[in-house]
Write a protein that binds this ligand. Structure first.
Ligand SMILES: *[C@@H]1O[C@H](CO)[C@@H](O)[C@H](O)[C@H]1NC(C)=O
Ligand SMILES: *[C@@H]1O[C@H](CO)[C@@H](O)[C@H](O)[C@H]1NC(C)=O
Ligand SMILES: *[C@@H]1O[C@H](CO)[C@@H](O)[C@H](O)[C@H]1NC(C)=O
Length: 463
């Protein structure tokens, strides 16, 4: 802000043909902008106060507690002679190396075993409703939840949450030497819950095609990030998903529909939206009922966003390229007090990387990058999105400004054993990166995702 203003003054004052009245009027304009700015910062301060009042509630304070992680990296395995150690400086392993190493002594830190699984059906006493990011999470039948790269639909009619995701309960392998680790398509899984903690398996609502090799859902292809929204006009539940071949060269989106949230979904077709490549994707349904497809395109170097047709079965011909050259994927959108926010990850395959949050006044952009939302843990935790990748942000009715950040902690050695990282996401307080807009407009709030080993939603969060 001050930089911009002084620049303006310098430009005005140094103009050789600049008359006295120009200087005066410029100064008046400057004062006006200053006044406007203070008005807006005042508005921001008030909303910040409101936010504070809410977050002062004791159960809220727990959500925003900054929890540190102190993990000691074990010394490299194998004995070395002191001379050898002298000759070649010891390669320092990072926590990311340890995370990616199937034989790491720290495996249990990232992928705790079945003994610590979250089991909603057991008598949990005071542990009920606690989320433990990274632990195995069991459904009501005692099986690990299979809903990776997932998203949540809140169904108003049944007042039930549905969690859709990739059902990956098969062996992990490489299709060929250079291919990424994969599991065959089994289908899109669906789980239902009233409390966002106890999940009942509703089965595979869109199944792989076992024999027809030309079908998009043929098991050797790829189905990722299924998302479902409800269309009020047609009464249909509409699923969009990333459809690809094992080499990720098809780069399309698939569409399926159902009369019920629990399926079965009828697969309609796949396409390259607007004629572009589409890999990681998500859907966002706005308050006015208009739904948008957001997808990574142009070799994942940028995102594209465009509204769907009113029946949600196709894209319309309107599309914007956003975050061009920023190489972001795994988008998750949400809206808070009229502002649109999006969390994305970098593109490093199954390896974790830094999340960024972006904001926009209009869903079609322009979108501006605000920085890393992660708070707590330790530096490497924050640089790796707590060793996970964004997939969805769940709004919590009754707790304005509070959301659940949903992410996947991928296990490339055994993808079916990938874990879920759910953490509180809070919108409030000033953003930490000065925005590029002149005179400080618009003033967006900070988006913060707080690390917790264990946390739960405040009681009575609904309503
Ligand atoms: C639950 O918490 C209460 C109050 O802190 C305590 O008295 C009780 O022993 C706890 N129960 C269990 C099963 O941990
Ligand atoms: C195989 O799938 C393709 C594409 O969906 C379809 O056109 C074809 O009819 C299917 N073949 C059989 C035998 O079902
Ligand atoms: C994937 O790539 C490999 C190696 O380049 C090739 O042999 C295979 O035919 C490709 N598969 C598809 C489905 O494109």
């Amino acid at each position: 802000m001050s930089g911009n203003c002084s620049q303006l003054m310098v430009r005005v004052l140094s103009g050789s043909r600049c008359s006295m009245s120009t200087v005066v009027w410029s100064f008046v304009g400057f004062l006006l902008m200053l006044h406007l700015y203070s008005l807006f910062s005042h508005k921001d301060a008030t909303s910040g106060e409101i936010q504070l009042q809410v977050t002062n509630h004791p159960s809220f304070r727990e959500l925003v507690e900054v929890e540190e992680e102190n993990i000691q990296i074990p010394p490299p395995r194998g004995k070395r002679s002191p001379r050898a150690a002298k000759r070649r400086p010891k390669r320092t392993t990072t926590l990311i190396d340890e995370f990616l190493d199937e034989n790491s002594q720290l495996r249990h830190v990232f992928f705790p075993d079945m003994k610590t699984a979250i089991d909603p059906m057991k008598d949990n006493g005071n542990d009920s409703f606690y989320y433990y990011p990274g632990r195995i999470w069991l459904d009501t039948e005692g099986a690990p939840i299979q809903a990776h790269g997932g998203g949540i639909l809140y169904d108003e009619r049944s007042r039930t949450y549905y969690w859709y995701g990739e059902y990956k309960d098969g062996p992990t392998y490489h299709a060929h030497k250079k291919a990424a680790a994969r599991v065959d398509i089994i289908g899109a899984g669906c789980y239902s819950s009233k409390d966002l903690w106890t999940w009942k398996n509703e089965g595979i609502v869109l199944a792989a095609e076992e024999t027809n090799e030309t079908h998009d859902l043929y098991k050797l292809n790829v189905l990722e990030r299924p998302k479902v929204i409800y269309n009020e006009n047609t009464g249909k539940y509409v699923m969009w998903m990333h459809i690809d071949d094992c080499n990720y060269t098809k780069a399309g989106v698939g569409v399926a529909i159902s009369d019920y949230p629990t399926g079965p979904f009828d697969y309609l077709y796949s396409m390259r939206p607007h004629g572009f490549e589409s890999r990681d994707m998500t859907l966002f349904k706005d308050d006015d009922g208009v739904a948008y497809l957001i997808y990574s395109s142009e070799d994942n170097s940028e995102l594209h966003i465009g509204p769907l047709t009113p029946d949600y079965l196709d894209v319309s011909n309107v599309v914007r390229r956003i975050l061009i050259g920023e190489h972001r994927e795994a988008p998750a959108l949400f809206k808070h007090q009229g502002t649109y926010y999006m969390i994305t990850s970098g593109c490093t395959g199954w390896a974790p990387n830094e999340a960024l949050v972006h904001a926009a006044e209009s869903v079609m952009g322009p979108w501006e990058t605000m920085g890393n939302p992660c708070i707590g843990g330790n530096k490497i935790f924050r640089q790796t999105t707590f060793f996970s990748q964004s997939t969805y942000v769940i709004p919590l009715p009754g707790l304005p400004g509070s959301y659940i950040f949903m992410a996947d902690r991928w296990n490339p050695a055994d993808l079916r054993d990938s874990r879920y990282v759910w953490l509180p996401l809070i919108v409030g307080g000033p953003a930490d990166r000065p925005l590029e807009y002149n005179f400080g407009f618009p003033l967006w709030s900070r988006v913060s995702i707080y690390w917790h080993k264990k946390w739960k939603l405040p009681s009575r969060w609904t309503g």
